[in-house]
Design a protein around this ligand. Structure first.
Ligand code: SD4
Length: 323
């Protein structure tokens, strides 16, 4: 039996699911639903890791990453390190619909957004300032701390090699990567007409705790953060983006569903592929196939044995949390 419409999102972000469901129930498109749902999380600052006022970077600034994908046309739009604009997924959609491009980054993404009428606002809050000052005190050289106006030529380093090719304060940061810092909304939806869409929105979350430069995670990368193909399925991921982006887990899960693998197994297999190389990585993925059969899987890293996600489907009055 086909379940339609349907919306699933990462973490217990039920207000996001509700916002998306309201669109779907009225016959709106999966694409509109995903944009609406993720926008709700940006407004709510879900868990401090979606939207403004979270995860300040090395200069104390919050920047946003988002993507959206139309599984009907295989068009997608994405932004990374978007500055001063709160509605990151809205800008991602504008990139898809108003440009020939797919992915805009940094200041140029912000200028594009402004030219499209998105308001330019300060993304800093008292909370992000306090996270930032604490981090400065604990980690940075006094010289860097004295810079009231951030100097991009200076960084808080020196950094030490951590593992493999990666450098940075990762050794410090990784302690914060766990289930208590839920982050990144990833959302997948099927509308009444059977179209699929997927999207993500994040401020980079705990992994971009200050000291991690303006790194970009997996969330805005098509096939990593999310993927949708109305002929196969949709998936979205959350977790340690620096690891996950190397495996395109959302794309991989959709491809598993395309060859008939059931959604739970598809999610699981995508996770297992990563674990072969990164045993203790922290991450999870949600999947639906085109009939609305859905599933999820998580990496079961230490301290992360259960993954909570949210489902809204026909026959229930409010979004339900599943594990
Ligand atoms: C990132 N994947 O930027 C995001 C963060 C996240 O659970 O989802 N954390 O790496």
């Amino acid at each position: 039996p086909t379940v339609r419409p349907l919306v699933i999102n990462t973490w217990p972000f039920t207000r996001a699911a509700e916002a998306a469901w309201n669109v779907l129930e009225l016959g709106g498109s999966a694409l509109d639903a995903v944009e609406k749902g993720c926008t709700q999380c940006e407004i709510d600052q879900c868990d401090g890791s979606v939207g403004y006022g979270g995860s300040p970077d090395e200069y104390g600034e919050t920047t946003l990453d988002a993507m959206i994908m139309n599984g009907n046309t295989m068009e997608a739009g994405a932004v990374a390190n978007l500055r001063r604009i709160k509605n990151a997924i809205g800008v991602a959609r504008a990139v898809m619909e108003y440009t020939k491009h797919t992915f805009l980054v940094g200041e140029s993404a912000s200028l594009f957004a402004q030219s499209m009428g998105f308001p330019s606002e300060d993304l800093t809050t008292s909370k992000s300032i306090s996270i930032y000052s604490k981090w400065l005190d604990q980690n940075c050289q006094p010289n860097f701390r004295k810079n009231v106006i951030p100097d991009p030529l200076q960084s808080c380093g020196p950094y030490k090699p951590v593992r493999g090719l990666q450098v940075g304060k990762q050794a410090v940061i990784q302690k914060d990567v766990n289930v208590h810092h839920h982050d990144t909304i990833g959302m997948i939806a099927i509308d009444k007409a059977g179209n699929l869409a997927a999207g993500t929105s994040t401020n980079g979350a705990t992994h971009k705790i200050p000291g991690y430069f303006r790194r970009v995670g997996d969330s805005p990368i098509i096939g990593a953060g999310a993927y949708a193909d109305s002929a196969a399925g949709a998936a979205a991921a959350t977790g340690d983006g620096d690891t996950m982006m190397r495996f395109l887990p959302s794309y991989q899960a959709v491809e598993y569903m395309r060859i008939g693998i059931d959604p739970s197994a598809a999610c699981q297999k995508a996770i297992i592929r990563i674990q072969k190389y990164a045993k203790d990585f922290f991450g999870a993925i949600i999947c639906t196939n085109i009939t609305g059969s859905y599933g999820a899987a998580c990496s079961k890293a230490p301290g992360f044995t259960q993954f909570h996600f949210t489902v809204f489907k026909p026959g229930i009055a409010r979004p339900q949390e599943e594990v």
